[in-house]
Design a protein around this ligand. Structure first.
Ligand code: NAG
Ligand code: NAG
Ligand code: NAG
Ligand code: NAG
Ligand code: NAG
Ligand code: NAG
Length: 816
């Protein structure tokens, strides 16, 4: 019996040993360990060719057309033609391990591989979902990061791969959050605060956001928190902002400062000089490290060069939108500048001297934070900071970051608060630290510590630092708000500050934003879309816009919209609507445009209306158009005119375009009346006209109708206006009066009405189409709408028919 059992046990052991020996996971793992998971195109490689590429005005890639078949073909092509032996082998081993032996680790790697395109494999949604789901089954719903992935997949339908199931997404999300996943918690907090998928619940949202914020705070030591708040290199940018905003230059209304990535910024004073210097070549001379000789070969230019050096170093320190930051490179440049120019300071002009001081200031800051070498060198920092202050003396009151840095050194390293306060009070004008507002933050702390010194109200100081964007200040401010400091308590306000803090802690909460950005540079749209989809779920407004753009981008000029699937269009709309909820009114307009493009006009009207409530000129314009052509609403010319007029109030730059549209409306009211169609615009005293009908020649009738159109307009407008403000009403009356004046004057000049009408009408039609076309093209109006509006070539709907009527009459007039 006993023997039997031992035998049995050892058999099982041997069996399981054989199984283990056969599971190829170990081999696969050791292969993976030696390979590079992902190439980061933002990272500075040492090769100079890479570097100069970034100096050109790079364009981020946003995918347009999307065909499922094309993706599949590309996937098949990869495995038959492009895959390296290494890739083929690893893939085979992993699949064997997962499918035959049910190895969770291998399953996990396979899921991530197809989700993120790791190790150069192509993205594949089918497999990513399959393996994630399988891994989740194997681990019995205990791995929170995979649960979060699955949650995003379910609630987005994984862009057409699986059915959209927001309830299931929510369940997975709650499970992930309860297992402690921070991203899931953030997503859940966002859902509660915005009321997405769940009833709005301010208290739950606040609780979650605060919990996340506190655990972020705990992840920093006090030294990091107070002395060296880590620099966050942000990738939280809206892609359309890089090219003039969602609706294009001039029409984009939504401006909220994201400390986004910028192209390298240089003031105009250097521009002539920059061309002379052949762009950013300066760094090449630095890169070669052959001493400072390159500066001094031409004495006149060398001082101008300091300006360029400063901005080159600043670009390295901050990173631009095509390159990641590189503090060590910045330090090298600045150190070299110091060695080369310090002796020449007495003979320098004002401008180079100022920028030289800024160079030294930045150098001191880099040594103080230790960002270049990994550890601060306070002695050196103090030396450079002292030097920069000495140089700044000449410029009097200009605040310098050096004061803040020196203040921090006095307070935390030399423990001399008096000295520190002296420095902090000199203020700070900073363009390079995320720690903008650091001095106010410190003063606020000190003012609580030494109330007798009357340094100012701690709450006001923190609020100022918060407004400047200092991350510790945002956190402290949120806590003060929550405790009701500053006079009143509002749950929404507290949430907003905690949410801001959590979102700004991008390096912990949303590192995938950087991945997405890099993948776009590598033209991997689908991986970027996935990354943005995750961040969108977490509530990043920019990510929502970006995910919307990648899933479906309506072009801004007169091009055909890209081809894509219905699921992706709907997903895009849903993202724009989330962004709209967070206040991005342009997103509401674009979502409406997509519905328009899908010919779902009533939804379109709804979205335009919600953006029009916040005075988006484009939305008002679009509404006018919808009423003019009766898309999604009854044709109503007076409503149309009202909206067109409101555009003018909100964006006077569109004067001519609006005037022309209103003119067109009037002409149309005319013509519709002739052809006997009804519109809300020509409600004169119709009965009278009908009785007179036979006596009045047709052109008289036109004239009458023109006049009655005015009166009708006035009446109907008056009816509907109520509470809309009376200015506009008065305005339109004035217009009418002057219009009528013109008419009488012209007829008194002996100009025959018939002549006048035919000339005016032909001219009007001709000019209108030409002018609007030109204007529309110049202004880059929103494609679809402008296109439809101007050409009226959408034969399929009412708009087209109306325009046919319009055109038909045009020909009749010519015959006269
Ligand atoms: C994903 O992989 C499966 C299985 O290899 C393949 O049949 C499918 O075409 C791929 N899909 C895409 C979109 O690449
Ligand atoms: C995971 O389990 C669910 C049911 O619990 C099942 O429907 C699904 O097919 C499983 N997924 C995989 C990949 O085995
Ligand atoms: C999920 O599983 C993967 C693979 O086993 C592991 O690397 C990761 O740490 C797990 N995540 C969590 C939150 O448990
Ligand atoms: C700071 O830099 C100086 C000069 O390079 C060096 O001598 C000193 O050891 C450094 N100090 C620290 C703490 O690294
Ligand atoms: C910087 O200046 C302060 C006072 O202005 C002085 O106490 C300190 O020693 C100086 N530090 C260095 C490194 O020169
Ligand atoms: C702090 O620094 C000031 C100079 O700014 C000096 O006069 C004072 O004695 C210092 N206090 C201490 C405690 O070291």
């Amino acid at each position: 019996m006993r023997l039997n059992r031992t035998l049995w046990v050892s058999l099982v052991l041997i069996y399981s040993f054989i199984i283990r020996a056969q599971d190829p996971w170990q081999d696969a793992e050791s292969m993976l360990r030696q390979a590079l998971k992902r190439v980061d195109p933002m990272a500075r490689s040492s090769s100079t060719s890479d570097r100069s590429r970034t100096e050109e005005s790079g364009v981020l890639y946003i995918p347009m057309d999307y065909y499922e078949e094309e993706q599949e073909k590309r996937y098949a092509y990869f495995f038959s033609n492009e895959a390296t032996d290494w890739q083929k082998k690893v893939h085979r081993l992993l699949r064997e391990s997962s499918e035959i032996y049910g190895n969770p680790e291998a399953t996990f790697i396979l899921a991530q591989l197809h989700l993120w395109g790791d190790y150069g494999f192509p993205h594949n949604k089918t497999l990513a979902f399959k393996y994630s789901d399988k891994f989740n089954n194997l681990t019995r719903f205990t791995n929170s990061s995979v649960l979060f992935d699955l949650s995003v997949m379910h609630s987005t339908g994984f862009f057409g791969e699986i059915p959209v199931d927001r309830a299931k997404g929510l369940v997975y999300l709650q499970q992930a959050a309860s297992l402690g996943n921070m991203q899931a918690k953030q997503a859940l907090a966002y859902k509660y605060s915005s009321g997405t998928d769940v009833p709005r619940d301010c208290n739950k949202a606040l609780l979650l956001y605060r919990e996340i914020a506190e655990s972020i705070r705990r992840s920093f030591s006090d030294e990091e928190w107070y002395l060296y708040p880590p620099y966050v290199e942000t990738y939280d940018v809206r892609l359309p902002d890089l090219t003039g905003g969602l609706l294009g230059k001039g029409l984009t209304t939504w401006v909220k400062t994201l400390q986004g990535r910028l192209p390298s910024e240089r003031p105009d004073i250097t521009s002539s000089f920059l061309t002379k210097m052949d762009g950013g070549k300066v760094w090449l001379k630095f890169g070669s490290e052959n001493s400072g000789a390159s500066f001094t070969d031409n004495d006149d230019d060398s001082y101008d060069r300091i300006v360029d050096i400063y901005y080159t170093a600043l670009d390295e320190y901050k990173g631009t939108y095509m390159t990641a930051r590189d503090c060590e490179e910045a330090r090298k440049i600045l150190e070299l500048t110091f060695i080369t120019f310090d002796n020449e300071v007495p003979v320098m002009d004002n401008l180079p001297r100022f920028f030289y001081a800024k160079c030294i200031e930045l150098l001191g800051h880099i040594y103080f934070t230790g960002e270049a070498e990994g550890h601060p060198n306070i002695t050196l920092a103090e030396r450079y900071l002292n030097r920069s202050l000495e140089l700044f003396e000449t410029y009097g009151s200009l605040g310098s970051t050096s004061h803040t840095d020196l203040g921090l050194i006095s307070q935390y390293i030399k423990k001399n608060d008096t000295d520190a306060i002296k420095h902090y009070r000199k203020g700070e004008h900073t363009e390079f630290a995320t720690g903008a507002g650091r001095h106010d933050f410190q003063l606020s702390l000190l003012s609580s510590k030494y109330p007798e010194l009357k340094l100012g109200d701690p709450f006001m100081l923190i609020q100022h630092a918060y407004a400047l964007g200092s991350r510790p200040a945002i956190y402290e401010f949120a806590r003060m708000k929550e405790s009701g400091m500053g006079g009143y308590y509002s749950c929404e306000d507290s949430i907003a500050s905690f949410q801001l803090f959590v979102e700004r802690s991008e390096e912990l909460m949303a590192p995938q934003l950087r991945t997405a950005y890099g993948e776009l540079l590598k033209e991997n749209g689908e991986v970027a879309l996935w990354a943005y989809a995750q961040a969108a779920e977490q509530g990043y407004e920019a990510a929502q816009v970006n995910a919307a753009c990648i899933s479906y981008l309506l072009p801004r000029n007169f091009e055909d919209p890209p081809k894509t699937t219905r699921e992706r269009k709907l997903m895009s709309i849903s993202y724009y609507m989330q962004a709209l909820k967070q206040g991005n009114i342009d997103a509401g307009v674009v979502a409406g445009n997509i519905y328009f493009e899908m010919q779902d006009y009533s939804k379109s009207v709804q979205l335009y209306q919600s953006s029009a409530l916040r005075f988006s000129p484009q939305a008002l314009w679009n509404l006018g158009y919808m009423y003019e052509y009766g898309l999604g609403v009854e044709i109503d010319f007076s409503m149309a005119k009202r909206y067109y007029d409101q555009v003018l109030e909100n964006n006077p730059k569109l004067y001519i375009a609006v005037k022309l549209s209103v003119l067109k409306l009037r002409a149309k009211a005319w013509l519709l009346w002739i052809t006997g169609e009804r519109s809300g615009y020509e409600l004169g005293d119709r009965d009278n006209e009908q009785s007179d009908d036979k006596r009045v020649p047709w052109y008289k009738k036109l004239f009458e109708s023109y006049k009655s159109a005015f009166t009708g307009n006035d009446e109907s407008e008056g009816d509907k206006k109520e509470g809309d403000g009376s200015t506009q009403n008065a305005d339109s009356k004035q217009k009418e009066e002057s219009d009528e004046g013109t008419w009488t004057r012209l007829s008194s000049l002996g100009l025959h009405l018939e002549d006048f009408l035919s000339i005016a009408f032909i001219l009007f039609l001709f000019l209108f189409s030409v002018i609007v076309r030109i204007i529309a093209a110049r202004r880059g109006w929103n494609v679809n709408n402008a296109d439809v509006r101007v050409n009226g070539n959408h034969g399929a709907h009412d708009g087209g028919q109306n325009n046919n009527v319009f055109r038909g009459n045009f020909e009749v007039r010519i015959a006269i």
